[in-house]
Write a protein that binds this ligand. Structure first.
Ligand SMILES: O=C(O)c1ccccc1NCC(=O)[C@H](O)[C@H](O)COP(=O)(O)O
Length: 194
Protein backbone atom coordinates (compact mmCIF):
# COMPACT_ATOMS: atom_id res chain seq x y z
CA UNK A 1 0.00 0.00 0.00
CA UNK A 2 1.34 3.43 -0.93
CA UNK A 3 1.77 5.67 2.09
CA UNK A 4 0.98 9.37 2.19
CA UNK A 5 2.96 12.43 3.26
CA UNK A 6 0.98 15.65 3.68
CA UNK A 7 3.55 18.47 3.60
CA UNK A 8 3.74 22.04 4.83
CA UNK A 9 1.38 22.06 7.83
CA UNK A 10 1.40 25.34 9.74
CA UNK A 11 -1.76 25.73 11.81
CA UNK A 12 -3.44 23.93 14.71
CA UNK A 13 -6.45 23.18 12.50
CA UNK A 14 -4.16 21.46 9.95
CA UNK A 15 -3.09 19.09 12.71
CA UNK A 16 -6.70 18.44 13.74
CA UNK A 17 -7.49 17.58 10.10
CA UNK A 18 -4.66 15.06 9.72
CA UNK A 19 -5.43 13.50 13.12
CA UNK A 20 -8.85 12.60 11.71
CA UNK A 21 -7.61 11.40 8.30
CA UNK A 22 -4.39 9.67 9.42
CA UNK A 23 -1.88 9.98 6.59
CA UNK A 24 1.27 8.05 7.56
CA UNK A 25 3.53 11.16 7.49
CA UNK A 26 3.30 14.92 7.72
CA UNK A 27 5.99 17.43 6.83
CA UNK A 28 7.10 20.60 8.60
CA UNK A 29 9.11 22.94 6.36
CA UNK A 30 12.27 24.45 7.89
CA UNK A 31 13.50 26.17 4.73
CA UNK A 32 12.78 29.61 3.22
CA UNK A 33 9.18 29.26 1.98
CA UNK A 34 5.69 30.58 2.59
CA UNK A 35 5.30 27.31 4.53
CA UNK A 36 8.35 27.74 6.76
CA UNK A 37 7.73 27.40 10.49
CA UNK A 38 9.99 28.00 13.50
CA UNK A 39 11.25 25.28 15.83
CA UNK A 40 8.90 26.58 18.55
CA UNK A 41 5.85 26.47 16.23
CA UNK A 42 6.81 22.94 15.19
CA UNK A 43 7.09 21.89 18.84
CA UNK A 44 3.58 23.20 19.60
CA UNK A 45 2.06 21.63 16.48
CA UNK A 46 3.78 18.32 17.18
CA UNK A 47 2.32 18.26 20.71
CA UNK A 48 -1.17 18.20 19.10
CA UNK A 49 -0.33 15.48 16.57
CA UNK A 50 -1.59 11.89 16.76
CA UNK A 51 1.25 9.51 17.73
CA UNK A 52 0.15 7.37 14.77
CA UNK A 53 1.58 9.96 12.35
CA UNK A 54 5.34 10.36 11.81
CA UNK A 55 6.85 13.79 11.30
CA UNK A 56 9.28 14.65 8.52
CA UNK A 57 11.44 17.78 8.79
CA UNK A 58 11.90 19.31 5.33
CA UNK A 59 15.29 21.04 4.90
CA UNK A 60 17.44 22.58 2.17
CA UNK A 61 21.14 21.94 2.90
CA UNK A 62 20.68 22.17 6.69
CA UNK A 63 23.30 22.09 9.42
CA UNK A 64 23.48 18.84 11.39
CA UNK A 65 22.97 20.95 14.52
CA UNK A 66 19.51 22.14 13.39
CA UNK A 67 18.35 18.69 12.31
CA UNK A 68 19.58 17.06 15.52
CA UNK A 69 18.03 19.81 17.66
CA UNK A 70 14.57 19.06 16.20
CA UNK A 71 15.16 15.32 16.57
CA UNK A 72 16.18 15.62 20.22
CA UNK A 73 13.14 17.84 20.89
CA UNK A 74 11.10 14.84 19.68
CA UNK A 75 9.57 16.97 16.90
CA UNK A 76 10.85 15.02 13.86
CA UNK A 77 11.76 11.39 13.24
CA UNK A 78 12.77 11.75 9.59
CA UNK A 79 14.85 14.38 7.73
CA UNK A 80 13.97 15.20 4.10
CA UNK A 81 17.08 16.67 2.53
CA UNK A 82 16.99 18.93 -0.55
CA UNK A 83 19.93 20.54 -2.37
CA UNK A 84 23.53 19.34 -2.48
CA UNK A 85 23.66 16.77 0.28
CA UNK A 86 26.85 14.80 1.04
CA UNK A 87 26.46 11.10 1.75
CA UNK A 88 28.61 11.79 4.83
CA UNK A 89 25.82 13.98 6.23
CA UNK A 90 23.17 11.33 5.62
CA UNK A 91 25.38 8.72 7.35
CA UNK A 92 25.92 11.06 10.29
CA UNK A 93 22.20 11.74 10.78
CA UNK A 94 21.44 8.02 10.52
CA UNK A 95 24.07 7.20 13.15
CA UNK A 96 22.30 9.68 15.42
CA UNK A 97 18.95 7.91 15.03
CA UNK A 98 17.23 9.76 12.18
CA UNK A 99 15.73 8.17 9.12
CA UNK A 100 16.37 10.12 5.90
CA UNK A 101 14.65 11.00 2.64
CA UNK A 102 17.19 12.16 0.04
CA UNK A 103 15.78 14.28 -2.78
CA UNK A 104 17.70 13.15 -5.87
CA UNK A 105 17.98 14.46 -9.42
CA UNK A 106 18.59 11.30 -11.39
CA UNK A 107 18.67 7.51 -11.40
CA UNK A 108 22.38 7.35 -10.61
CA UNK A 109 22.05 9.46 -7.44
CA UNK A 110 19.03 7.39 -6.47
CA UNK A 111 21.02 4.18 -6.80
CA UNK A 112 24.00 5.46 -4.79
CA UNK A 113 22.22 7.28 -1.98
CA UNK A 114 22.60 5.78 1.51
CA UNK A 115 19.23 7.23 2.59
CA UNK A 116 16.32 5.03 3.64
CA UNK A 117 14.18 6.66 0.93
CA UNK A 118 15.01 8.62 -2.20
CA UNK A 119 12.55 11.23 -3.43
CA UNK A 120 11.78 12.40 -6.96
CA UNK A 121 10.41 15.95 -6.81
CA UNK A 122 10.02 18.98 -9.07
CA UNK A 123 13.15 21.21 -9.41
CA UNK A 124 11.04 23.83 -7.55
CA UNK A 125 9.85 21.94 -4.49
CA UNK A 126 6.49 22.94 -3.10
CA UNK A 127 5.54 24.79 -6.31
CA UNK A 128 2.84 22.39 -7.51
CA UNK A 129 4.90 21.68 -10.65
CA UNK A 130 5.30 18.06 -11.66
CA UNK A 131 8.56 16.16 -11.36
CA UNK A 132 10.13 14.69 -14.48
CA UNK A 133 8.66 11.24 -13.99
CA UNK A 134 10.61 9.88 -16.99
CA UNK A 135 13.72 10.06 -14.78
CA UNK A 136 12.30 7.53 -12.38
CA UNK A 137 14.20 4.29 -12.85
CA UNK A 138 12.83 0.85 -12.07
CA UNK A 139 13.42 1.12 -8.37
CA UNK A 140 15.05 -1.59 -6.31
CA UNK A 141 14.71 0.53 -3.20
CA UNK A 142 12.07 2.54 -1.27
CA UNK A 143 11.18 5.81 -2.99
CA UNK A 144 8.86 8.80 -2.77
CA UNK A 145 7.17 10.69 -5.62
CA UNK A 146 6.37 14.38 -5.09
CA UNK A 147 5.65 17.38 -7.29
CA UNK A 148 2.33 18.47 -8.68
CA UNK A 149 0.36 15.53 -7.38
CA UNK A 150 -3.36 16.02 -6.85
CA UNK A 151 -6.47 13.94 -6.25
CA UNK A 152 -7.00 13.52 -10.01
CA UNK A 153 -3.51 12.41 -11.11
CA UNK A 154 -2.23 10.53 -8.05
CA UNK A 155 -4.05 7.26 -8.79
CA UNK A 156 -2.45 6.99 -12.24
CA UNK A 157 1.00 7.81 -10.84
CA UNK A 158 0.67 5.12 -8.16
CA UNK A 159 -0.57 2.50 -10.61
CA UNK A 160 2.28 3.24 -13.03
CA UNK A 161 5.26 3.64 -10.65
CA UNK A 162 4.18 1.96 -7.39
CA UNK A 163 6.00 4.41 -5.10
CA UNK A 164 6.31 3.61 -1.40
CA UNK A 165 5.14 7.13 -0.50
CA UNK A 166 3.41 9.98 -2.35
CA UNK A 167 3.89 13.54 -1.14
CA UNK A 168 1.60 16.52 -1.66
CA UNK A 169 1.40 20.17 -0.71
CA UNK A 170 0.12 22.79 -3.21
CA UNK A 171 -2.92 20.98 -4.58
CA UNK A 172 -4.41 20.51 -1.10
CA UNK A 173 -4.38 24.26 -0.40
CA UNK A 174 -6.92 27.00 -1.01
CA UNK A 175 -5.52 30.55 -0.93
CA UNK A 176 -2.26 29.25 0.54
CA UNK A 177 -3.90 27.40 3.44
CA UNK A 178 -4.39 23.67 3.82
CA UNK A 179 -7.96 22.72 2.86
CA UNK A 180 -9.49 19.79 4.80
CA UNK A 181 -11.78 18.77 1.92
CA UNK A 182 -8.89 18.66 -0.57
CA UNK A 183 -6.77 16.66 1.88
CA UNK A 184 -9.65 14.21 2.30
CA UNK A 185 -10.07 13.82 -1.49
CA UNK A 186 -6.33 13.29 -2.00
CA UNK A 187 -6.18 10.61 0.69
CA UNK A 188 -9.28 8.91 -0.75
CA UNK A 189 -7.67 8.78 -4.22
CA UNK A 190 -4.48 7.24 -2.83
CA UNK A 191 -6.32 4.64 -0.75
CA UNK A 192 -8.43 3.67 -3.80
CA UNK A 193 -5.40 3.15 -6.07
CA UNK A 194 -4.47 -0.43 -6.94
O1 LIG B 1 6.90 23.15 0.33
C1 LIG B 1 7.77 24.02 0.31
O2 LIG B 1 7.48 25.22 0.36
C2 LIG B 1 9.24 23.62 0.25
C3 LIG B 1 10.19 24.61 0.32
C4 LIG B 1 11.54 24.29 0.27
C5 LIG B 1 11.93 22.97 0.13
C6 LIG B 1 10.98 21.97 0.06
C7 LIG B 1 9.63 22.29 0.11
N1 LIG B 1 8.67 21.30 0.01
C8 LIG B 1 9.01 19.94 -0.20
C9 LIG B 1 7.89 18.98 -0.24
O3 LIG B 1 8.01 17.89 0.31
C10 LIG B 1 6.64 19.26 -1.06
O4 LIG B 1 5.56 18.64 -0.47
C11 LIG B 1 6.86 18.66 -2.45
O5 LIG B 1 7.81 19.45 -3.10
C12 LIG B 1 5.56 18.63 -3.29
O6 LIG B 1 5.03 19.90 -3.40
P1 LIG B 1 3.79 20.21 -4.38
O7 LIG B 1 4.29 20.08 -5.77
O8 LIG B 1 3.42 21.59 -4.02
O9 LIG B 1 2.73 19.21 -4.06
Amino acid sequence: MTKIKICGLKRNQDIHTVNKLLPEFIGFVFAPSQREISFEQAKKLHSLLSPLIKTVGVFVEPSNKDVLALYSMGVIQIAQLHGNIAHKQINFLQKNGLKTIHVVKNARSAKNSPAEYVMFDSPNPGSGKTADLDKIPRQQRPFVIAGGLNSSNVTQVIEKFHPDIVDVSSSIETNGKKDPQKIKEFIRSVRNAK
